[in-house]
Design a binder for this molecule. Structure first.
Ligand code: XIL
Length: 364
């Protein structure tokens, strides 16, 4: 299989590269799983040939890097940072504070009782200073707070919010800034393209900026579908945040072509919708018409990103090949998904060509 695997990736390696096509516009990133970090995935050659930024899909999340109160495990995170340095990539840290993939003990004392504000803040400060401090100057951008705003624009009632209060967001940014004053510090969220949620996030960022909190960037996760968000909706969203004086990053781009499993757009990772053959129509391959829609969609999105390159610093895809995408198992387990630019055989898809072409057209 080794020779076949090498053959699989040859086309992707020989293809024009995303990083060169957009050089001078923004860096183009990919999220890496643990096999890719260990340099033993079929898609490793694509990562190195195509991308000049990386994000860790899971390796730096609290449950992995800090599994117990007095135990940090840096094994995969160290390998991740070393991989990025060896390959001269812009290295992103994801994420310091989130309501998911965070162990239950974080919020509780030795007797299982919920912590009070001061103890939870102390724990958060220790976590952020330990991790950001360890990779100071090497991880260039941190997703400091992930998904603090709810769909209606109010603050999400997570344990962070209910125990500490709204200023938990400001505190997280302050702790990260203390630990690495030069790092870019990102507020990251999904569905900010929807007006209500966007308004809530705009109000939050405005308040943080007014209080001098060192937030430098807003990350639009970019878990999109073929028809949502519209390009005007996306463009308005970019403008709304840029007007606050922050940069924009597209942090987790992928495009869903499967039948929607939920009514509202969401990227809440704990969702688990019952399997149903009707939700998995392309198990034997993607019909040409859908492939074409995906191709056109990727092309128009990158044309939009390029037209906003003055404020967009980075566009990161949430994975490399369709085979590895989290979308195969979320929000429905065991589907065959087609969200990325490289297919299950590590070949560039027509959408890849559309993204390269968008870099060559005159900017709008
Ligand atoms: C996802 C990973 O891709 C999965 O492997 C994991 O099981 C769940 O989390 N928003 C985020 C990312 O900020 O961290 C999530 O990543 C996808 C949604």
């Amino acid at each position: 299989m080794i020779a076949a695997a090498a053959g699989f990736t040859a086309a992707a390696v020989a293809a024009p590269s995303l990083k060169d096509a957009y050089r001078g516009d923004f860096v183009v990133g990919a999220a890496l799983n643990s096999a890719q970090i260990a340099d033993r995935a079929r898609s490793d050659a694509i990562v190195k040939a195509q991308f000049n930024a990386i994000s860790p899909e899971n390796a730096l999340k609290w449950e992995n890097i800090h599994p117990q109160p007095d135990k940090y495990d840096f094994t995969t995170a160290d390998a991740y940072v070393a991989f990025g340095e060896k390959n001269h990539m812009f290295i992103v840290g994801h994420c310091l504070l989130w309501h998911n993939q965070t162990p239950a003990w974080v919020f509780r004392d030795e007797n299982g009782k919920l912590l009070d504000r001061e103890r939870l803040l102390a724990r958060l400060r220790d976590h952020i200073r330990t991790i950001v401090g360890r990779y100071k100057g090497r991880i260039k951008a941190w997703d400091v707070v992930n998904e603090a705003v709810g769909e209606d624009g109010s603050m999400r009632p997570s344990l962070w919010y209910t125990i500490i209060g709204e200023d938990y967001v400001a505190k997280a940014f302050e702790y990260a800034h203390e630990a690495d004053p030069d790092a870019e510090l990102n507020y990251n969220d999904y569905s900010l393209e929807n007006p209500a949620k966007r308004a809530g996030a705009v109000a939050l960022i405005k308040k943080l900026k007014a209080a001098g909190v060192p937030v430098t960037t807003v990350g639009l996760q970019g878990h999109y579908s073929l028809d949502w968000p519209t390009i005007p909706q996306l463009d308005e969203t970019i403008s709304a945040f840029a007007a606050l004086g922050v940069k924009i990053a597209i942090t987790e781009l992928d495009i869903d072509v499967l039948p929607p499993a939920t009514k509202e757009e969401t990227a809440e990772v704990t969702l688990n919708v019952q399997s149903d053959p009707a939700l998995n129509p392309y198990g034997n391959g993607l019909p040409d018409a859908v492939q074409q829609s995906l191709t056109q969609r990727y092309g128009e999105l990158f044309a939009e990103f390029r037209s906003r390159k003055d404020v967009i610093d980075r566009v990161t895809l949430w994975g490399v090949t369709d085979y590895e995408s989290w979308r195969n198992n979320w929000p429905v387990a065991g589907r065959t998904a087609y969200p990325l630019l490289f297919d299950r055989a590590c070949q560039p898809k027509p959408a890849f060509d559309a993204v390269i072409a968008a870099a060559q057209n005159p900017a709008r």
